[in-house]
Design a protein around this ligand. Structure first.
Ligand code: NAD
Ligand code: WQD
Length: 355
């Protein structure tokens, strides 16, 4: 089993992936600055994985720090080597992800997402650690011409967040080309990650008013928000509302384990795969499914389209099935049941009071 560095491991996708990796037997170092997460998430992961105080110090170490701080990264890699258990691979979740914020603060997005990835790669290279799983995004496809979207679709992001992800994929391509016999790289292009661990003990914990559909719907169901605004009812879709490929975060976490197993088993290479279900659900499908799962009513109003939205984005997930032997196993109903288990048990997320 490998010793892995998980950047951004306290975040939404990172925390669920840490749990899956611990259950698979890996030992983890988590590096997170908690700019969009809480250390409590890691405590919960440790409990869910059944770690006691002595095994936790060996299996799940938490380091507070910024990926842009090269001295800190250097110390992490060096001390792991000195302990005789070097870092063998990295899953790189740390980054900023809000599209609207990226339009207002492009410098910050390029700094954290691009410079942060650069500083990580530089340190990995210096320490001979050349196995990386990168959190890329379907946002790279912009407004797609073809749905379901294959990985061969053009990379044409339409906002600074998407440009920053495209830049990191470009950087990784260049780094790989410089030493193709050394690097093992997986770009995982996630579609719409949602839901929570079925225990309801870890989940998505957005700060402030959520931008995304699922956390907003959950907060309406729990009574934190009065109603959902549905952005557009005149899209060219069966019910007129936007269609997305929602992927249960536990399926996504398992996709990371599959990608890592694949990289460790195969010769050095770079792969780019979509992680999605291949199934589209409209905004109104989500509202109905969440109402059924929560037994709560979700009031909504139909409003104008949101700028920058596509009508439909759905993955062609066949490459992940072929190369990684991975496909989603959980339905929209599972997503809503597990998302509701988290929201109802933690109305204010990891905080005791509403933020
Ligand atoms: P998240 O915000 O919950 O997790 C990101 C984590 O990175 C947080 O814990 C945050 O505190 C940490 N972080 C941010 N800047 C950091 C820095 N400079 N140094 C160290 N840690 C830092 O987001 P998430 O939804 O778990 O997303 C994880 C990754 O997946 C991100 O790179 C995101 O762009 C990508 N992604 C997310 C989605 C999505 O819809 N959630 C979709 C596609 C891709
Ligand atoms: C889904 C659907 C909205 C909120 C975003 C990022 C993308 C990726 C995943 C990181 C759309 C509608 C939403 C609301 C609504 N993130 N909606 N009312 O836009 O598909 O993807 O998250 O990489 O980059 O852009 O997700 O959840 O915001 O929207 O009607 O209050 O729900 O119009 O049709 P999106 P979303």
């Amino acid at each position: 089993m490998a010793r892995l560095l998980i950047t951004g491991g306290a975040g939404f996708i990172g925390s669920h992936t840490c749990l899956v990796l611990l259950e698979a037997g890996h030992n983890l170092l988590v590096l997170d600055d908690f700019s969009n997460s809480s250390p409590i998430a890691i405590d919960k992961v440790s409990e869910l994985a059944g770690l006691d105080a002595s095994s936790a110090s060996e299996r799940l170490q938490l380091h507070r720090g910024d990926i842009r701080n090269q001295d800190h990264l250097e110390r992490l890699f060096t001390s792991a080597k000195e302990q005789g258990r070097p870092i063998e691979g990295v899953i790189h979740f740390a980054g900023l992800k809000a599209v609207g914020e990226s339009v207002r603060e492009p410098l910050r997005y390029w700094d954290v997402n691009v410079c942060g990835s650069w500083s990580l790669l530089k340190t990995m290279d210096a320490h001979g650690c050349r196995t990386l799983v990168f959190s890329s995004s379907a946002t790279l496809y912009g407004l797609p011409d073809l749905v379901p979207i294959p990985e061969s679709a053009p990379v044409q992001p339409i906002n600074p967040y998407g440009h920053s992800k495209a830049a990191v994929e470009r950087l990784l391509a260049d780094v790989f080309a410089s030493a193709p016999d050394a690097w093992r790289i997986a770009n995982l292009r996630y579609f719409n990650p949602v839901g929570a661990h079925p225990s309801g003990r870890i989940g998505e914990d957005p700060l402030g008013i959520p931008n995304n559909l699922f956390p907003f719907v959950s907060q309406v169901a729990i009574g934190r928000r009065p109603r959902l605004q549905v952005f557009g009812s005149d899209w060219p879709t069966p019910d007129g509302t936007g269609v997305r490929d929602y992927i249960h975060v536990m399926d996504l976490a398992e996709g990371h384990r599959a990608a890592l197993d694949y990289l460790f088993a195969e010769d050095s290479q770079k792969i780019t795969v979509n992680l999605g279900s291949g199934i589209g659900a409209s905004v109104l499908d989500v509202v109905k499914a969440f109402q059924a799962a929560s037994c709560r009513s979700i009031p909504y109003e139909l409003v104008a389209r949101r700028a920058g939205d596509a009508a439909i984005t759905v993955a062609d997930p066949s490459l992940a099935a072929q190369r990684l032997g991975w496909r989603t196993r959980r339905s929209l109903a599972d997503i809503c049941l597990d998302g509701w288990a988290w929201q109802s048990a933690n109305p204010n997320g990891y905080r005791k009071k509403e933020a």
